[in-house]
Write a protein that binds this ligand. Structure first.
Ligand code: FAD
Length: 395
């Protein structure tokens, strides 16, 4: 197997700093960046991946241990390299890391680790892009692909009294495994896929009590039904009218998911696809339904504030868990990098993605900043090929 030309940032070769024969710089060595670089290479375009950590797949190295992909192996593979069958249908976190390492090797990608890009701007002559990076480096590329991740920076709400909480408060990004919480009373704040899975992990790992704080009742879908993956349905329906998919989703949910209203999780009022359009992906069940049904995970009202050892919930209840795990999402954190270019919307997300560069920033591409119902990795793979084609045709 050929080796990737992986270089540490300390030894960033001069050739990468050059301003003639400029490469395309890809910022981020996660699935999005690696896929874009491989697709560019396939098109004969030189791409250099700049990764701030010491390894590719940094996000996947940090995720909690029990994590498996919710999307199928086939629809999670990146361009030009299938995932091995032995990974199974639902690929584990550890295998995902292996795959990303192998992917960089297989495509002989130029990956420079230990380099964080801090700002992107036009070159003074307006013909390319200038990257400011750690260590005072200034790099110049003909184009840039930003792949720094949708889940870039953990977001914990500024709950009043948070600083004075006498229990333990951590973000889900810091959670790895249930062992430290065995025998403890834990509140998981937030019921997205991450919160739901951590709650189940805690129950299975021996936490004495697990509650989950719910602001908006989520849609819950089975990961697969009679062997048919939820992702396949999502791929099929993604271009259908939202109202139609909402209605079909409501029917399916009544058949596949029991009513958990008595346990504190009523069915949502808003349709499943309408919620997706607002940015909320449904929960894929990996044990939550059963845990809620049997009372091992108890839904409670949303967290409002903290008061000493107590957490005050939206319905006025005060509870005193030992630990609060904030599964409250992430920021894109693109502002320092590109905020000055006028390419972000009011929620800090790029105004375009894939092969479309913003009108005022030709040559600047974004991948991995949508959260489609059909799976982010699948979208990343599609975007990579589109970006590469566009850049190859631009000469
Ligand atoms: C818990 C979890 C489970 C998920 N499961 C699935 C799933 O089952 N199926 C699916 O399709 N999607 C899933 N996703 C969504 C998505 O596919 C992943 O988040 C995926 O890793 C996105 O790839 P990415 O390359 O865009 O971002 P990341 O994997 O986050 O990679 C970004 C990289 O950029 C680097 N970086 C960031 N800033 C800089 C900088 N300024 N300079 C240099 N390097 C930088 C980071 O170190 C990182 O290595 C999941 C997400 C999460 C959080």
């Amino acid at each position: 197997m050929p080796e990737p030309t992986s270089t540490s940032g300390d030894a960033l070769p001069d050739s990468i700093d050059r301003t003639d024969g400029r490469p395309v710089y890809v910022i981020g060595g996660g699935p999005g960046g690696l896929a874009a670089a491989a697709a560019l290479r396939e098109q004969g375009v030189r791409a250099v991946v700049l990764e701030k950590s010491e390894h590719v797949g940094a996000s996947w190295r940090r995720h909690y241990e029990r994590l498996h992909l919710h999307t199928t192996r086939r629809w999670s593979a990146l361009p030009g390299l299938a995932m091995p069958r032995r990974f199974g249908r639902w690929v584990s976190r550890a295998d995902m890391v292996r795959y990303l390492e192998k992917y960089a090797e297989h495509h002989e990608l130029e990956v420079v680790t230990g380099v964080e890009v801090t700002r992107i701007g036009r070159t003074p002559d307006g013909t390319g892009w200038q990257l400011d990076a750690t260590g005072g480096r200034v790099l110049t590329g003909r184009a840039v692909v930003v792949a720094t991740g949708f889940n870039h920076t953990p977001r914990t709400p500024a709950w009043p009294g948070r600083e004075g909480f006498t229990g333990e408060l951590l973000h889900a990004a810091e959670y790895r495994a249930p062992a430290p919480y065995a025998g403890k009373d834990v509140l998981v704040a937030g019921i997205g896929n991450t919160g739901a899975e951590i709650a189940v992990d805690l129950v299975e790992g021996g936490a004495s009590r697990v509650r989950i704080a719910v602001r908006t009742t989520p849609h819950i879908v089975r990961r697969s039904t009679a062997g048919w993956p939820a992702q396949a349905t999502a791929v099929l329906v993604r271009r259908l009218p939202v109202g139609l998919v909402d209605r079909a989703g409501r029917l399916l949910s009544r058949v596949a998911v029991p009513d958990l209203a008595a346990q504190g999780l009523p069915r949502p009022d808003t349709g499943l696809y309408s919620r997706v359009k607002q940015g909320a992906i449904p929960i894929q069940d990996v044990g939550l339904i059963d845990a809620v049904k049997t009372g091992r995970v108890v839904p409670v009202a949303a967290v409002e504030s903290f008061d000493g050892d107590a957490v005050v919930l939206a319905d006025g209840t005060r509870i005193t868990p030992d630990v609060v795990i904030a599964a409250t999402g992430y920021e894109r954190a693109l502002e320092p990098l590109v905020g000055h270019l006028g390419v972000l919307d009011s929620r800090g997300r790029p105004v375009v993605h894939g092969a479309r560069a913003p009108e005022r920033a030709p040559g600047l591409y974004f991948t991995g900043f949508t959260n489609p119902i059909s799976g982010m990795l699948r979208e990343i793979a599609l975007d990579a090929r589109r970006i590469a084609k566009k850049l190859a045709s631009a000469g």
